[in-house]
Each structure stands twice: as C-alpha cells, then as structure tokens.
Design a protein around this ligand. Structure first.
Ligand code: NAD
Length: 269
C-alpha cells in the first residue's frame, strides 16, 4: 500500500451512513463501499435502503441495509446494536439524514406560507429530525466509540448553517424554511460541543458543509444559484466524495470540531 493509500485507508472499517436513501447519502454509501469499508446503509425509507444495500452486495461490496427512524431513541439504539452485533464495531458515523425541502414545483409545499405564518408543527417536526435525530445518532455512536477508545464522526451541515439563504433565488411562493438554517447551524454547534466534550478520548467529529448540489433544478434557479458562487455553477454530488473520504479517514487525523466547506465559493463573498 502506498503512503497516500495508507492515509486514506478505510478498508474493513465499519461505517454507518444515515440518510442513505437520499441524494448525498446514497452517493456516500457507494464511494465508501468502493474503499473496501463495511457500509451500514440506514434510512427511514426501508425499500430504497434495502435495495441500495442489495445493489452494493451484488457488486461485490460489503454492505448491509437497516431501516431506522432517527427521531426515535429506541430505533437508533436498535440500529447501532444491530451493527455492533453483526460487525463487532462502529468505526465511523456519517450523518446525512435530514429534512431538506427539494422545491418540487409539482407538489404543494407545506412551507409555502411566509415566515410569519410558518406552521409550528412543521418547525417542530423538522427540528426533531434535523437536530434531535443528529443528537441521538451521535449519542449512540459515542457510546460504542468510547468503549472502543476510538471513532470518527462526520455530520452533514450546509452553507445555510453558516450564512442566511438568499431567498430571492427561490422564486415565487417558495423559500428555504426557517428550520433549515436553524437546524444546520445547530449541527455546527453540536459538532463543536461533542468534539470538545470528548477531548482526550480519541473521538474526532467534524462537519461537512456542502453548497447546492445540482438535482434537476429548474434552469432559472440554476442560473440564479450559480451566479452567487465563485465557480459559477452548482456542485455535482460526486464533488463531495473527496471531502468525505478525507474527513472519514486518517487523512484528517489532526482535525476535530471543524467545518469543511465545499461550496464553490458561495460563503467566500
Ligand atoms: N442537496 C443539497 O443541495 C444539500 C446542500 C447542503 C447540505 N445538504 C445536506 O445534506 C444532507 C443530505 O441531503 P440530501 O440532498 O441527500 O437530502 P435527501 O432528502 O435526498 O436525503 C435525506 C434523507 O434523510 C432521510 N430521513 C429523513 N427523515 C429521517 C428519519 N426520521 N429517519 C431516518 N432517515 C430520515 C430521508 O428518507 C432521505 O433519504 C442533509 O443533511 C442536507 O441538509 C444537502
């Protein structure tokens, strides 16, 4: 193995990916599987999750699918227990699961109401998934990692955890909801809190903050979004892979409590 391969080595590491049925989570599962790690593919969308795990297995990779509701302490506990029973350890948690509205204009959006009329129920549900869900996953992973005396966590935040959304790009009637900014900022806070709480315990935790990933958005939105980045385009989901492998592996061995921003320069100006 070359020195570079050694630094990034994730072979046979047991890696839990939450939100694994989603746009970013599914891509992360695939690239992690390609490193030779054992990927625990977990999401609330059971069918998609099991199908992805089966697809990876059929390709000769090491993977297993798990259904989980991250808002339930019992469900998260059950997930991590199953992983540890089956693979003996949990080396890395990659937490992607979240409510992240995709602005599908063919569907009515519950958050189409303006901020002053934003429904309390949606706010509470989103904080439950985006913040409490992250708290529960980190808490459960930490229990195992403390026993192992080592572990790595990567929590996916967003540029909107760092700066406010520019609502002018979201076109008539649609806007990035308040819970998104608040919960993504909370992920950065959780990252710093947990990093410092486990000082000296050999548990590293960092955030990864992507900018907008192209996903069949409308042309006008892509134009507007792109003009606000330095690189003048949205990201391809594959452009997060390098950052993920860096944060999950020993390549980032002297990083904890940090936020790696992959945003084409959005937050630079
Ligand atoms: N797509 C982007 O442009 C973008 C940009 C910046 C940050 N992010 C962040 O990246 C992460 C992944 O985003 P994505 O675009 O893949 O979103 P996505 O909606 O495609 O995936 C999110 C996944 O989380 C799962 N999930 C939701 N609630 C859950 C629950 N209670 N229990 C278990 N799983 C649950 C969903 O089923 C879904 O598969 C999110 O944290 C998002 O905020 C996305």
């Amino acid at each position: 193995m070359s020195k570079i391969e050694q630094i990034f080595d994730l072979q046979n590491k047991v890696i839990l990916v939450t939100g694994a049925a989603g746009l970013i989570g599914s891509k992360f599962c695939k690239v992690l599987a390609e490193t030779g790690s054992i990927v625990a593919v977990a999401d609330i969308q059971e069918q998609k999750t099991l199908a992805l795990a089966a697809e990876l297995q059929n390709q000769g990779f090491q993977a297993a699918g798990f259904s989980v509701n991250i808002t339930s302490p019992e469900s998260v506990h059950e997930l991590v227990t199953q992983i540890v029973n089956r693979f003996s350890r949990l080396d890395v948690l990659v937490h992607c699961a979240a409510m992240d509205p995709k602005f599908d204009r063919t569907k009515k959006q519950e958050h189409a109401a303006g901020f002053e009329d934003f429904p309390l129920g949606v706010w509470q549900q989103a904080l439950d998934v985006n913040l409490t869900g992250a708290f529960l996953c980190v808490q459960e992973a930490a229990r195992v990692m403390l026993k192992q005396k080592q572990g790595v966590m990567v929590l996916v935040s967003s540029i909107y955890g760092m700066v406010a959304p520019d609502q002018r790009i979201y076109q008539k009637g649609l806007f990035k909801p308040p819970y998104y900014s608040v919960s993504k900022a909370g992920i950065l806070g959780l990252t710093r809190y947990v990093a410092s709480y486990y000082a000296g315990k050999n548990i590293r935790i960092n955030a990864l903050s992507p900018g907008g990933i192209y996903n069949d958005h409308e042309e006008a939105f892509v134009r507007e979004y792109s003009s606000r980045t330095i690189l003048n385009r949205m990201a391809d989901v594959s452009e997060l892979e390098g950052a993920l492998l860096f944060l999950a592996s020993n390549a980032s061995s002297y990083m904890t409590g940090a936020n790696l921003v992959v945003d084409g320069g959005w937050t630079t100006w």
